[in-house]
Write a protein that binds this ligand. Structure first.
Ligand code: CO
Length: 293
């Protein structure tokens, strides 16, 4: 008699176990919630420049101490070169697939782009492709780039001017180098240049691949009879463009072009992601993206 009731109890427990398993595997709504952050940067092969990305991770972990933080580099070329040095970094797609596989239900992707150009829009498109999969994420959100709204432009200008070299004397120029693009979002660089000059008539911003270019900047410096200029990257990371196109010894570098025009150049090799108040702007965009979680 006693044996039989133990058997019945075990059977009932087993049936309950089966039912609960079936529930967990059904529809994806009953699984435990698992939230995480994926930081996506272009990436860099310059190891000294990686401090900028490490700083972003540190600030993001401080802001969201309970959430795991993952990385993706969007540049295939950068990932391939790093792989050659034995450093494996995921692409956006690989990182998302991995998170999906690990049972993440809510993912916030934060772009470390400066503007919403081609690369940012590709990132949004591919990230969104992961949100409609059966058994995939319940919610996937993407935080905007640094210059994501009108107020970001003024805020960015303030940070750039506040964090300038303290050796700069009156009449010496600050020349910022943005990346630039043929995407319409390139106009944001002009908007930022205007905000900078409104606050400081000797602060200029140009771009490598968009507008305004270095010839225009050189013209403005000559007009103002500037004899000394600090050259500062306006990119998340002081990588290849900063070291070669801005501060390099090649004859087309900004340093060479301005030196030939009689301007003494002082390069400052620091990415914007090394500045905590700048990272705070990206973190704010991540926070507002999470409101849609
Ligand atoms: Co480039």
């Amino acid at each position: 008699m006693r044996k039989r009731s133990i058997f019945t109890a075990c059977l009932v427990a087993f049936v309950f176990f089966l039912c609960s398993q079936a529930l967990a595997g059904h529809g994806g709504h009953e699984r435990p919630e698992k939230r995480g952050i994926l930081l996506a940067a272009f990436g860099t092969t310059v190891s000294e420049a990686r401090v900028a990305l490490e700083n972003v991770e540190e600030e993001v972990r401080k802001a969201f101490p309970d959430l795991p933080v993952r990385w993706a580099y969007t540049s295939h070329m950068v990932r391939r070169r790093l792989a050659g040095q034995g450093v494996e970094i995921d692409s956006l797609e690989t990182a998302l697939a991995r998170m999906m596989d690990e049972g993440f239900t809510h993912v916030a992707v934060q772009s470390l782009h400066t503007i919403g150009g081609w690369e940012f829009h590709d990132l949004v498109r591919n990230a969104r492709a992961f949100s409609g999969m059966a058994g995939g994420f319940d919610r996937l959100v993407v935080g905007g780039p640094l210059l994501n709204g009108r107020e970001d432009i003024g805020r960015t200008a303030e940070v750039l001017l506040r964090e300038q070299p303290d050796t700069r004397k009156p009449g010496e120029a600050l020349v910022f180098m943005g990346h630039g693009t043929d995407h319409p979002a390139d106009a944001l660089y002009t908007a930022l240049a205007v905000e900078l000059r409104k606050r400081d008539p000797d602060a200029f911003l140009g771009t490598v691949e968009g507008s305004p270019g270095i010839e225009e900047i050189r013209g403005l410096l000559t007009e103002r009879e500037v004899s000394r200029a600090y050259l500062v990257p306006f990119m998340a990371v002081a990588g290849d463009h900063a070291r070669n196109d801005l501060a390099g010894e090649g004859e087309d570098s900004w340093k060479s072009v301005l030196s030939r025009a009689g301007v003494e150049c002082v390069p400052v090799l620091r990415g914007t992601a090394e500045l905590d108040p700048m990272v705070a702007i990206w973190v704010d965009h991540l926070r507002s993206a999470m409101k849609a979680w």
